[in-house]
Design a protein around this ligand. Structure first.
Ligand SMILES: NC(=O)c1ccc[n+]([C@@H]2O[C@H](COP(=O)([O-])OP(=O)(O)OC[C@H]3O[C@@H](n4cnc5c(N)ncnc54)[C@H](OP(=O)(O)O)[C@@H]3O)[C@@H](O)[C@H]2O)c1
Length: 338
């Protein structure tokens, strides 16, 4: 089978090669999927740049989410059958004609869901759902700040917070993205390139701060976010895109920028910092992934989750797709079709 193989870290144009590799065989609890489309995630950009420690050694096949048809199942799999259309999370290996994954990471999709939407509903929506419905509770009227709101996970977080009746604040890096935030129903759209989000939050909340912050930027954004939390506030850290385009000194600066927190500093103002890593959850608690996947599909069917498909690229343009995501041009989900 063909697989888009990462052969070299760095420049997207030189990083990938389509290679012939062996088609995998499912173990008893696994499902083999004939892939029609796979999704890009920002973690793929980090992995391509050699900054994702969980990524397999080179040469390797990246890819966290696929849509397609079940080709074969292991002996103990009961939730899906060969011939069924599915969407699935893959622990790498998604950039291929066939992908293999645990049955807990696969769910059947209605015929009405197109491939691009199906890939969007996995990694990014599951991360958002876990971060918004499992890691914390959101209540009506909560003030919620979503950074990188026009992106894949950001869009999903905003849709969920809106569904819960929250007052939403969101940052993005261009006026075009701010327009998209407004379309999503964000009440307070902040262009972080022209306005300091910490000052803006202070003004908009009369100095009180917000209840929940979603931050995948990392670095000093976390420190500023911590200061922007109201009493009882929770800061969910789930990424460090700030580090992606920095040299070693920049990375050290970014790492220090997060700040250092003693439990007393959390207890006295009654604030919490919560880390989310879905790969860790998938490894240790596959049942949580299955529960989130089912909940995401239900919320999609109810019209709460509406993925925004930013762009669909043919597989031959994988490098261009990576650059598009890396250079912050994308809004919503980037999908690759075989
Ligand atoms: N912890 C987990 O389990 C988990 C799971 C999925 C995703 N994530 C993280 O969630 C974040 C969003 O992922 P996604 O796939 O939905 O990507 P995305 O948000 O669609 O795209 C990345 C966006 O991040 C913003 N950004 C901020 N600083 C950046 C930088 N230095 N370089 C490039 N982009 C930067 C840009 O938006 P602006 O132009 O608005 O700044 C960019 O468009 C990523 O950090 C990813 O690693 C974590």
């Amino acid at each position: 089978m063909k697989a888009v193989t990462l052969i070299k870290n760095g420049d997207a144009a030189k990083a990938f090669e389509v290679r012939e590799i062996a088609k995998p065989t499912p173990a008893s609890d696994e499902v083999l999927i004939k892939v029609s489309a796979f999704g890009l995630n920002f973690a793929d950009v980090m992995a391509r740049n050699g900054m994702y420690k969980e990524a397999p050694p080179l040469p390797c096949v990246l890819g966290y989410d696929v849509a397609g048809m079940v080709e074969a199942t292991g002996s103990s799999v009961t939730n899906v059958q060969p011939g069924q259309r599915v969407t699935a999370l893959t622990r790498f290996g998604g950039y291929a004609e066939y992908a293999i994954t645990k049955s807990t990471a696969v769910t059947a999709i209605p015929a009405s869901v197109d491939d691009a939407t199906a890939t969007a509903l996995t990694t990014q929506y599951i991360t958002a759902y876990y971060a918004a419905a499992e890691a914390v509770n959101l209540f009506k009227g909560d003030k919620v700040l979503v950074h990188s709101g026009a992106g894949g996970v950001g869009t999903a977080l905003i849709q969920y917070a809106k569904h819960k009746g929250c007052e939403i604040f969101s940052t993005a890096g261009s006026d075009e993205k701010l327009k998209q935030l407004a379309l999503l129903g964000v009440q307070h759209c902040i262009n972080y390139r022209t306005e300091d989000f910490e000052n803006k939050i202070k003004t908009l909340t009369n100095g009180k701060g917000v209840d929940v912050i979603y931050d995948a930027v990392g670095g000093v954004s976390v420190k500023k976010g911590f200061r922007s939390l109201a009493a009882g506030g929770r800061l969910i850290c789930y990424g460090a895109s700030d580090m992606s385009d920095k040299n070693i000194f920049g990375k050290i600066g970014s790492a220090l920028g997060f700040g250092f927190y003693h439990p007393v500093m959390l207890m006295m103002p009654s604030k919490a910092i919560i880390g989310v890593n879905m790969l860790k959850i998938a490894d240790d608690k596959p049942q949580v992934i299955q529960r989130c996947l089912e909940a995401v599909i239900k919320l999609y069917e109810e019209g709460v989750f509406k993925p925004n498909i930013g762009k669909v690229f043919p597989v031959s343009e994988i490098a261009a797709a990576h650059e598009y995501l890396e250079k912050r041009k994308s809004m919503g989900k980037i999908v690759i079709k075989w």
